[in-house]
Design a protein around this ligand. Structure first.
Ligand SMILES: Nc1ncnc2c1ncn2[C@@H]1O[C@H](COP(=O)(O)OP(=O)(O)OP(=O)(O)O)[C@@H](O)[C@H]1O
Length: 272
C-alpha cells in the first residue's frame, strides 16, 4: 500500500514533574496520515496537545515517542519545506510587510536576484489583498493585515506543507471570514497541503477535507476522523444550504460537548 505524504505514528508527549519523574502523557498513540494536497483540520479542547503536535510536525519540538515522516523522510528539526503561521503573527517589527516576506524567500532561493525576490514576495502579498501596504511596518498594520502578511510569508516559500496554528483566532468575525475566503482560494489555486488547528467548527467544515477530533487530555488521542464530503467549491455564504451540512456540524459539536471527555482509549495489545 502506498504511504501518505505525511505519516504520524505513535506520537506521545509527556513532561516531567517537579522531581523530574515523567507525568501522565498529555497525548499518546497519536496516528494519522495526510495525503498530498489535502487540507486537514484538528479540533479538540484546550490543553489536549494540538499546538504541541503542530510544533512536532514543524520540527520545532520533539515528541517523547513516535515518529513523523514527511515525503519519505523523518522530520528532525525545522525546514523551509514546512511553512508555519502562528496565532500571533510573529513578524519582524523593524521590517516592512514586503521585507518580512522577502526574508524567507531569500533564504529559500539564495541565488535569486533582488528583483526576483521582490517580485515573488509582492505577488504573494497581492494575493492576500495587501498590494497597497507593501512598504508599511507591522506597527502600521491592523491585526488582520499582520495575519495576512504571515500567511503570504508562509505561502511565498512554497513549502511542501503549511502548518497553521489558529491563524484567525485573534481576528474579528468579519476579517476572519474575508481571510478564510482568501486562504480557500489560494489553497485551491496552489494545491497546498495544509494542517490547521482551529476551535471553530464552521471554519473546519468550510476548509477541510477531513477533521481530526481529539479527545481531552491527559492521554488525549485522535478519537475520530471525519471526512468532509461537501463539494469542494464551498463558500461561507451558501455552505449551510448543503443537505449534509447540519449533520456534519451536529456530529462535531456533539463530540466536543458530550463525547470528547468520555473517550476511552482502547487497551494496548498484549505483547506476544
Ligand atoms: N513545557 C511544558 N511543561 C509542562 N507542561 C506543558 C509544557 N508545555 C505544554 N504543556 C502542557 O501540555 C498540554 C498541551 O498543550 P498545548 O498547547 O499543546 O495544547 P492545545 O491543545 O494546543 O491547547 P490550546 O487549544 O489551549 O492552545 C497542556 O496541558 C500544557 O499545560
Amino acid at each position: 500500500m502506498s504511504q501518505p505524504f505525511l505519516k504520524i505514528e505513535g506520537l506521545s508527549r509527556h513532561y516531567p514533574d517537579a522531581s523530574g519523574k515523567p507525568q501522565t502523557p498529555v497525548f499518546e498513540n497519536v496516528h494519522f496520515g495526510i495525503e498530498r494536497g489535502e487540507f486537514v483540520c484538528i479540533i479538540g479542547h484546550s490543553g489536549c496537545g494540538k499546538t504541541t503536535i503542530l510544533n512536532v510536525l514543524a520540527g520545532l519540538d520533539e515528541a517523547s515517542s513516535g515518529v513523523v515522516i514527511m515525503d519519505g523522510r523523518e522530520v528532525r528539526g525545522p525546514s523551509l519545506d514546512r511553512g508555519v503561521v502562528f496565532q500571533s503573527h510573529a513578524l519582524l517589527p523593524w521590517l516592512t510587510a514586503l521585507k518580512n516576506v522577502e526574508f524567507g524567500v531569500r533564504s529559500r532561493w539564495p541565488d535569486w536576484s533582488r528583483e526576483q525576490v521582490e517580485q515573488h514576495s509582492a505577488k504573494y502579498l497581492e494575493m492576500v489583498g495587501l498590494k497597497h501596504a507593501l512598504h508599511r511596518l507591522p506597527s502600521e498594520l491592523s491585526g488582520g493585515m499582520k495575519q495576512r502578511v504571515g500567511i503570504a510569508r508562509a505561502f511565498a516559500i512554497q513549502p511542501k506543507m503549511l502548518l497553521l496554528d489558529e491563524p484567525f483566532g485573534a481576528l474579528d468575525a468579519l476579517t476572519r471570514g474575508t481571510i478564510q475566503d482568501e486562504l480557500l482560494s489560494i489553497v485551491q489555486a496552489t494545491g497546498q497541503t495544509v494542517f490547521m488547528i482551529t476551535h471553530d467548527v464552521d471554519e473546519a467544515i468550510l476548509l477541510a477535507d477531513k477533521i481530526l477530533l481529539m479527545s481531552n487530555g491527559p492521554q488525549a488521542r485522535i478519537a475520530e476522523i471525519v471526512e468532509i464530503t461537501l463539494p469542494r467549491n464551498r463558500a461561507r455564504a451558501t455552505m449551510h444550504h448543503d443537505p449534509q451540512y447540519y449533520g456534519i456540524r451536529n456530529h462535531l459539536v456533539d463530540f466536543l460537548v458530550n463525547r470528547s471527555h468520555d473517550y476511552v482509549p482502547l487497551p494496548e495489545p498484549e505483547p506476544v
